[in-house]
Design a protein. Sequence first.
Length: 320
Amino acid sequence: MIKYAVKYLKNTFVPLKNVPDDIEIENSNCCDSEMDGKLVLVRTEKGEEVLKAFRVCTKVAEQFEKSSKTPEAFEFIRLMTQEDMMIYEEIKKEEVTSFFKCKELIKKHNLNMNLVQCRLTFDKRKISFYYTAPERVDFRELLKDLTQVFKRVRIDLRHIGVRDESSIMDGTGICGKPFCCSSYLRKFESINVKLAKDQGMPIAPSKISGTCGRLLCCLTYEYDNYIEAAKGMPPVGSTVMTPAGLGKVCYIQFLNNSVAVKFEDGKVKEFEKTEIEMVDANINVDIDVPRITNYAPDEKVDARQLKQLEDDRNSSTGNV
């Protein structure tokens, strides 16, 4: 049974194989996850990498064994020694230096690409540059220059999407929690502004977009619940009969299963869906249009901005 796993890209846990019996990696009881696990040297598809290893509980090990989606196990090389840690620190510094060297060359060739991250394997046999770009980039001349700078090293220029960028950089969302894409989300769904409108959210880029500059992935999480709750609800602007008389629906609280109705005297009252009935009548009640469209009053919104938020081209390439 699987005993250990390492934390890899996008916080994915990958099983660890060929760990000697005399090696023990214990998790602490501390709430701070940084105190858990140990740094180990493993062999991945990229080469030798330094990752943090954790002891796997029985329940998780059973899921690893059963699931067909469990990643292929990485080979354990050794626990990081004091000498290894010194080399690792130097590699981290080299990654920073290499990042800026590559950035200068990108500028030199006037390429429309945004360098995101640089990673150098522990054995220094491969260096990977992750970048985003709105369109396909011809980087042949850039690659020639890079081979002159980084000799005897395999160079990997990897095009990733803006959603992928957020997933590997980590961070905290507007909800105060770690990004979904860097913690547990493995597949990006297609998202459009209609999802936000149907859920009664303010249609403002700052409210419905993430750090990646695209619509929030979480807009899809509760959408089905809103659609189910909206069944049988009168549309905004329709005339309804309530216990207080005739009025017009000015907004709907889907999850509370209630409807706000505006009357001819200007007053607004909320009623349960079961307390009202749609009627074919015309009454003199003006409905607040911004309330219907949900556009944020303090933020200017144009169609181009919304279109850009919906743009899924190269938002995720799967090349992480």
